[in-house]
Design a protein around this ligand. Structure first.
Ligand SMILES: Cc1cc2nc3c(=O)[nH]c(=O)nc-3n(C[C@H](O)[C@H](O)[C@H](O)COP(=O)(O)O)c2cc1C
Length: 191
């Protein structure tokens, strides 16, 4: 698949369509290597990634469950269990963290967050290029201080979400996309 095809036919693959089998180390390394090619004003490298695999996913699930219980002490056990199971849905979960340099003279905070976001997107795209499935998910756990603290996210950092990766169970098709014309105007072209 060429690069343009890959982008135009990009599709996230949700965890329910991921095989249980773990990814090869080499595949994950390639995905992570693709993250650090994101455009980066000032070359600040304003990101870091935490991989969660194997048994560590169970520990993260316990953290998600505890966080859900703290958020809502009256939550039904089923709801808590749902959160506990989340990291187990895919063999590899990668937490994406933006590491912000405050008051940078060239790259304001929003640019640094964009760079970290593009790094995450690169991973989803690289996974697809390698025939793997990936999806970026946030949900309540991402914005939960208990989860952030368990992952060691510092005050100067933002947890941007989790990329779930796995071997796809079946072929997937790109969803219907909007017409790009609905989002584009040509400025200064009206005479
Ligand atoms: C920062 C970010 C967070 C997201 N969080 C969620 C989420 O928590 N739950 C969800 O269903 N989709 C979430 N999505 C959307 C999916 O990653 C995905 O884009 C969506 O399912 C549409 O599929 P597509 O990427 O193939 O168009 C998120 C996307 C981004 C960029």
């Amino acid at each position: 698949m060429d690069a343009l095809d890959l982008i135009v036919n990009r599709a996230s693959v949700p965890p329910r369509l991921h095989e249980e089998a773990d990814l090869d180390d080499a595949a994950l390394e390639q995905i992570l290597a693709s993250a650090v090619t994101a455009p980066d004003h000032g070359l600040l490298r304003p990101y870091r990634f935490i991989t969660i695999r194997g048994k560590a996913r169970e520990r993260l699930g316990d953290v998600f469950a505890e966080a859900a219980r703290i958020r809502n002490p009256d939550a039904e056990p089923g709801t808590i269990e749902k959160d506990r199971q989340k990291p187990l849905r895919s063999p590899v979960v990668v937490a994406v963290i933006a590491c912000i340099t405050p008051d940078h003279p060239k790259a304001p905070e929003i640019e640094q967050i964009l760079t970290a976001g593009m790094a995450g997107y690169n991973m989803v795209l690289a996974a697809q290029a390698m025939g793997l499935g990936g999806i970026w998910l946030t949900g309540a756990p991402t914005y939960d201080v208990h989860v952030q603290s368990a992952l060691g996210v510092r005050a100067s950092e933002d947890l941007l979400g989790f990329i779930y990766l796995g071997q796809p169970k079946r072929d997937f098709k790109a969803p219907r996309r909007p017409d790009w014309r609905d989002f584009v105007t040509a400025w200064g072209d009206d005479d």
